[in-house]
Design a protein around this ligand. Structure first.
Ligand code: AMP
Ligand code: TRP
Length: 335
């Protein structure tokens, strides 16, 4: 029965155009998990504003991310799909956790924060430091059991567990301790130009990523130009990070095993291999892109989904928020 299903929470920020890293590291797994779990999939716009966003781009991207969820195969009848800023319990719970269960020291140790503070220096927004507390609030408000994300988020999930545990110890058992769900392969798709770095939608060089919405000819060109090596053997090894990344992508899309991929391209060099990787990506993304275009044109349909999602999410999360408030010592408006 629905009530006995374990709960999943995950989200993607509408802070740029989504890449195949987001798709293979997160979205594609959500689609696989949706039948077995009670899922909440959120477009985390409150997280996106931790760095400056142009309002009109933020609006457009928020709806596009929602459309991508649907186009990738997330069923709005089975799952709760919503936009984070529509559900005010997230910001409230985040403040409570900030004050009652989180230390500045541990926030300062987050790799993502350290990387970004290097980039922005002293004028880094305070939201970037507090970002993981909001993520903890997202997850804990729904008592999520599992959080399917890419590898870069494991540290934030560990912190979420620490925060939950601390709150439970200080007051009384309130939250379940969530687990990350990191895919075996595809958890970290690498930059096509610097394959020792994570592929990121915020990179300055468009050749370093493939966007979910990149047209087929652009995908072919980017794969063709991606950095490999002069060894000339298709082998899954850290010595050949570019080739390793392409093997990972091909495996994550087609399910073909690493050994089979290595065997198939034995003695062939890279041209055919690159070609096949590009075609696999194009075949996977083309139908999704078509659906994204249809969904983004139908604003009313999107609205019906995010409205229904927000109502359900508010109902569920508000119960947890009330519990937190009561334990902290706030006076309820009414019994
Ligand atoms: P973000 O773009 O930071 O909102 O990330 C949304 C989701 O995509 C998270 O679960 C990330 O872990 C995942 N993700 C982002 N980039 C990559 C990547 N290069 N490889 C695998 N997963 C990724
Ligand atoms: N921080 C995540 C990222 O950048 C996005 C996110 C926000 C998230 N809240 C979440 C992911 C809750 C999982 C669960 O990728």
């Amino acid at each position: 029965m629905e009530e006995n299903k374990k709960v999943i929470f995950s989200g993607i920020q509408p802070s740029g155009n989504l890449t195949i890293g987001n798709y293979l590291g997160a979205l594609k797994n959500w689609v696989k998990l949706q039948d077995e779990y009670d899922c909440y999939f959120c477009v985390v716009d409150l997280h996106a504003i931790t760095v400056r966003q142009e309002p009109k781009d933020l609006r457009r991207r928020t709806l596009e991310v929602l459309a991508i969820y649907l186009a990738a195969g997330i069923d709005p009848e089975k799952n709760t799909i919503f936009i984070q800023s529509h559900v005010p319990t997230h910001s409230e719970a985040s403040w409570l956790l900030t004050c009652c269960a989180t230390y500045v020291g541990e926030l300062g140790r987050m790799t993502q924060y350290k990387d970004k503070s290097k980039k922005y220096g002293d004028s880094i927004g305070a939201g970037l430091l507090n970002y993981p507390v909001l993520m903890a609030a997202d997850i804990l408000l729904y008592n999520a059991d599992l959080v399917p994300v890419g590898k870069d988020q494991t540290q934030h999930i560990e912190l979420t567990r620490d925060i939950a545990q601390r709150f439970n110890n200080l007051y009384s058992p309130t939250f379940k301790l969530p687990e990350g769900y990191i895919p075996k392969l595809g958890a970290k798709i690498m930059d096509l130009q610097e394959p020792t770095k994570k592929m990121s939608k915020s990179s300055d060089n468009p050749n370093s990523y493939i966007l979910i919405m990149d047209p087929p000819e652009v995908i072919r060109k980017k794969i063709n130009r991606c950095v490999t090596d002069s060894i000339g053997v298709v082998k899954y090894t850290d010595d050949q990070p570019g080739i390793k990344n392409l093997i990972t992508i091909l495996n994550a899309i087609t399910g073909m095993s690493i050994e089979d991929i290595e065997k198939k391209y034995e003695g062939q060099g890279y041209a055919q291999f690159k070609n096949d990787v590009a075609e696999a990506i194009v075949n996977e993304l083309e139908p999704i892109q078509k659906k994204v275009k249809e969904f983004t044109e139908d604003k009313e349909y999107l609205q019906s989904i995010y409205k229904k999602g927000a109502e359900k999410a508010y109902y569920v999360s508000n119960k947890m928020l009330r519990k937190m408030q009561k334990k902290i010592g706030f006076i309820p408006v009414s019994k």
